[in-house]
Every structure is written in structure tokens, then in C-alpha cells.
Design a protein around this ligand. Structure first.
Ligand SMILES: Nc1nc2c(ncn2[C@@H]2O[C@H](COP(=O)(O)OP(=O)(O)OP(=O)(O)O)[C@@H](O)[C@H]2O)c(=O)[nH]1
Ligand SMILES: [Mg+2]
Length: 487
């Protein structure tokens, strides 16, 4: 690193001034750039960071994120930025990385790949999950400055400010060393909207749906996406009868505070109560605004049963409701799904989408699927866990994505049946002619360490199993780290 003695002394001074006992959680900060020497740690703290460690951090953060033509055509600079949490077991550290591109006329693809990484001890990684949204803002801001300022001395200053800001933030966090991330998911809506049935449906507990009674108060359960995960995910099914509604709105500090994700249920067959449900939605939104909390909200337009798909009246209702929801929620990230307990996949899609919003690595996952799709000529890919939850998806076009989602559930059950009857020699199901002569679907089980995952590929043109087999090992290898830090 080129730096005058003077500056070094100055740095040491500010270091001593800024480090307070509480910000000790931050172990290392590295700005890495992929230059003519490959991935290189350019500016780092502490200044005596071990050379090998710096190199390892630069290599791992940059290589996981590029590798192929993501940026080499130089057209995507604005759109290429990812966050992710990566383990560095050799260093016993965990890193929060922001990957971005620096425009550079002389570089291949007219851009240099770069990462800013904050590292903390492995055992403290909950700090990242809990504080992701704030850390992201700080990192994003500094990355933008790095993009604009080319001089090393300017960049050193930017990174110095960045470090100070991160330290200050860390010192303000109440319990930076907490060991478990607590995630709270709420299911809300009027009584009989289908909240409890939805949860039973996801778990395929059909006999319970028939027996189910209105929820009294709140029903709490836990969600495990993987057997071992960093987070404790609590699902709160809030009873929708008037008395319970009033209670959770009154005691919103207990129920609506600190919520990470909301599923809002509307019974679209109950036309008479549309105004009532929009009113409830509005009240909940207002409480959240008071708390300055903006969790993602998945709206389930529920009881959209398969036999109603042609109904003009229902379609009109759907439109009215969707408009009203959007009118009332401009500060929130809202995604609307049409769901029915008679269409298992509709439940899984809505639920998985919601859960994926909780993963800090969802962009990295998608990026891996995109890379794999390119290498195998696939038009769409889904990655499912053992329970059929979609961990990530990628599709070239909306059309291929939609077509694919329609066929995915059939494959999953077909695959399970085959397995049960031990008819499957390899962990592969291939089908052609599902939708049209030329389209093919492949369903394959893959093992990533101890995890069983399922991969569903959709190909419009040629089918090249060997290409898939050839690229699978690297794909699985890249997934390992991401799965450890999925949630
Ligand atoms: N047709 C149809 N009926 C559904 C669907 N989902 C749930 N139901 C039925 O709607 C009724 C109410 O479902 P619940 O799941 O108990 O509703 P809830 O929102 O939990 O109600 P509360 O606990 O009172 O807030 C039950 O009779 C369910 O069988 C659906 O997708 N389609
Ligand atoms: Mg209920």
C-alpha cells in the first residue's frame, strides 16, 4: 500500500480516538478491486492486516460474484450490485460484502469489479442479520463515492469515513453481540380469511384444515427452512375476529412492533367485506408508520379457487382490491399473490416469496442461478428445499417463468412418487413435450453438504444433460457458503 508516514501516523491517531469498547465487534474492513493483478485488497483496516487474509477476502468476495459475463459487456454497471453474507471459516470470520462495479474505460468490459467487506467474528454474525438494512445504506453510499473518485488518496479518505461511520453505528447498537437472530412473521386479516388454513396447507396438514376452528388470540409456531439455521423464525397467526383485532391494534407494541414480514389475507369471495378488510389494512399500515417500521408485505388474495379462474366478477374484485391496497401503502414493498388452499403451489409461491425477503443473500442466490442458467442454456431455474419451499428462482423472461411455475409442482410430486416406489435410478427426471414439442423440464435432486435440495430446470431448446452434470459441482460448491448464511 502506498502511503506516507505522515498519514500513517494520523490514521493511528484517529484509530485510537474512534475505537470505543462497543465497536470492537468490527474486526476488519476491506476494499477489494479486481485490477490487472486479479482480486486485490486495495485499502484495508487494520493497516497491519495479514497479507494472506487480505488476499483471501478479496478473492472470495470478488470471485463468487463474477466469474462470467455478468459485467463484461459493460452495459449493466448501474444494475450490478449485490449484498451478501459470506463465511470465512479459515479466518474464523464472517463478512458482509457489497459487490459493485467501477466504470473504467481501460478495463475489460469498461468496468472493474469491486467489493467492500466488513468482517466480524463468526460467533457474532447475528449482528449482520439484525442490522443489515442500516449497514446496506452506509455501504451503498461509500461504494457510490468510490465509483466517482479515482485517486487512491481520495479513496483512502472515503474508506476512513466509512470506517468511522460503521464504528459509530456499531457503538449505537443495543446488543451487538446477541447470538440469535429473531425473526417475526405475522399473518393478519379479517376472521375467516384463511390464515390458519394457509399455514396448514403449506405443511400439507390437510386433515387439520377441515377441523380448524377460528383462532383465539394468537397462535405461534416456528418455521425451519433448514434443520440448522442462524435464525429463530416465529410465525404469529393473529386471530381475525373483531375482539382479537382490536386487541392487537391496541397493544400494537407487542404484536406489530419489530416485525420482519407480514402476510395480509383477504377473502376475495367475501365481496361484502372488502371495505372492512381495506380499513383493517389501513389501520395496520398506520401503526407501522408510527413505529417507523417498513417490513415487506405479501398480500394474499385468498380463496381464489381454481374453479373461479374464469369468473369475470372475481377478476373485477381482484382489481378493486389491488388498487385499494396500492393506494394505501406507498412507503411499503408490497407483493400481491392470488392464493387458494386447493392450489398448493399458489400457497408455496406466496410463502416462499415472503421468506426469501428475509434472506440477506437472496441476490447472491439469484446471481448463482443466473450463471448456472447461462452455462446450461436453461430458460428458467427453481431451487427448492426439502419441503418444497422455493429458495431462489431465475427466469430469462416472464413467460418462461410463468410456464415453468405451472409445471413445477407436478414435477415435484411426480419425483416424490418415483422416489417412493424406488423407480428412479438416478436423481433425475426429464420430460419433453409438457407444454409444447420443444420444451423440456428437468427435475434433479442435488446434495449440497448435508442439505438435500431440488433443482428444476426449464429448457426451450436443446437438452444437454452433460452440460448440466459438468457445471453442477461448481454450482453446488458456490451454494454451500450461501446456504450456511441463507437465513
Ligand atoms: N374456498 C376456500 N375456502 C377456504 C380457503 N382457505 C380457507 N378456507 C375456508 O375458510 C374458513 C376459514 O378459514 P381459517 O383458516 O380458519 O380462517 P382464519 O383467517 O384463520 O380465521 P380466524 O382464525 O378467525 O382469523 C374455513 O372454513 C376454511 O376451510 C380457500 O383458499 N378457499
Ligand atoms: Mg385462524
Amino acid at each position: 500500500m502506498t502511503k506516507s508516514k505522515d498519514k500513517e501516523n494520523r490514521d493511528k491517531q484517529t484509530e485510537e480516538e474512534t475505537i470505543t469498547s462497543k465497536s470492537e465487534i468490527i474486526e476488519t474492513i476491506v476494499l477489494s478491486i479486481f485490477d490487472e493483478n486479479g482480486p486485490t485488497p486495495k485499502i484495508y483496516w487494520p493497516h497491519d492486516l495479514d497479507e494472506q487474509a487480505g488476499l483471501l477476502i478479496a478473492m472470495k468476495t470478488i470471485s463468487l460474484l463474477m466469474g462470467d459475463s455478468t459485467y463484461q459487456d459493460g452495459t449493466e454497471i448501474e444494475g450490478v450490485n449485490y449484498f451478501g453474507i459470506l463465511p470465512f471459516p479459515d479466518l474464523k470470520l464472517n463478512g458482509l460484502t457489497y459487490f459493485f462495479l467501477i466504470p473504467d474505460d481501460k478495463a475489460r468490459g469498461k468496468a472493474l469489479a469491486a467489493t467492500i467487506t466488513i468482517l466480524i467474528k463468526e460467533e457474532n454474525k447475528v449482528f449482520f442479520y439484525e442490522n443489515m438494512k442500516y449497514l446496506r445504506v452506509i455501504m451503498d453510499k461509500s461504494a457510490t463515492q468510490i465509483q466517482k473518485n479515482k485517486q487512491l488518496s481520495e479513496r483512502e479518505l472515503i474508506m476512513e469515513e466509512f470506517r468511522e461511520e460503521i464504528f459509530e453505528f456499531a457503538s449505537e447498537v443495543k446488543d451487538p453481540f446477541s447470538t440469535r437472530r429473531h425473526i417475526k412473521i405475522l399473518l393478519v386479516g379479517l376472521d375467516k380469511a384463511g390464515k390458519s388454513s394457509f399455514l396448514f396447507g403449506i405443511k400439507r396438514k390437510y386433515s387439520e384444515i377441515i377441523k380448524s376452528m377460528p383462532t383465539k388470540g394468537v397462535e405461534r409456531s416456528e418455521e425451519n427452512i433448514f434443520e440448522e439455521q442462524n435464525s429463530q423464525i416465529s410465525v404469529w397467526d393473529l386471530g381475525g375476529q373483531q375482539q382479537y383485532r382490536e386487541k392487537y391494534l391496541e397493544q400494537s407494541k407487542i404484536y406489530l412492533y419489530n416485525v420482519d414480514l407480514i402476510f395480509y389475507f383477504i377473502d376475495i369471495q367475501d365481496v361484502a367485506r372488502i371495505d372492512e378488510t381495506i380499513e383493517l389494512f389501513r389501520r395496520i399500515i398506520n401503526k407501522l408508520i408510527d413505529f417507523e417500521e417498513f417490513p415487506p408485505i405479501v398480500v394474499c388474495l385468498n380463496k381464489f379457487d381454481p374453479d373461479l379462474k374464469g369468473s369475470k366478477e372475481i377478476f373485477k374484485n381482484l382489481e378493486i382490491i389491488a388498487n385499494a391496497i396500492e393506494l394505501n401503502s406507498d412507503k411499503f414493498f408490497i407483493k400481491i399473490f392470488q392464493t387458494s388452499i386447493f392450489d398448493h403451489w399458489s400457497l408455496i409461491s406466496a410463502y416462499s416469496f415472503g421468506l426469501s425477503q428475509l434472506s440477506p443473500n437472496r441476490e447472491l442466490f439469484r446471481n448463482q442461478l443466473k450463471k448456472f442458467a447461462k452455462k446450461t442454456n436453461s430458460d428458467a431455474i427453481l431451487l427448492l428445499n426439502e419441503n418444497g419451499i422455493i429458495l431462489s428462482n431465475f427466469s430469462k423472461t416472464d413467460i418462461s417463468g410463468q410456464l415453468f411455475e405451472v409445471s413445477a409442482p407436478h414435477f415435484q410430486s411426480l419425483y416424490k412418487n418415483f422416489k417412493e416406489f424406488k423407480l428412479l435410478e438416478q436423481d433425475f427426471i426429464v420430460s419433453s413435450g409438457i407444454t409444447e414439442k420443444s420444451k423440456k423440464v428437468i427435475f434433479k435432486r442435488i446434495t449440497v453438504e448435508k442439505y438435500n435440495l431440488y433443482l428444476l430446470l426449464f429448457l426451450e431448446k436443446s437438452l444437454e444433460i452433460d452440460k448440466i452434470e459438468k457445471n453442477l459441482p461448481e454450482f453446488s460448491k458456490n451454494l454451500v457458503d450461501l446456504i450456511h448464511t441463507y437465513i
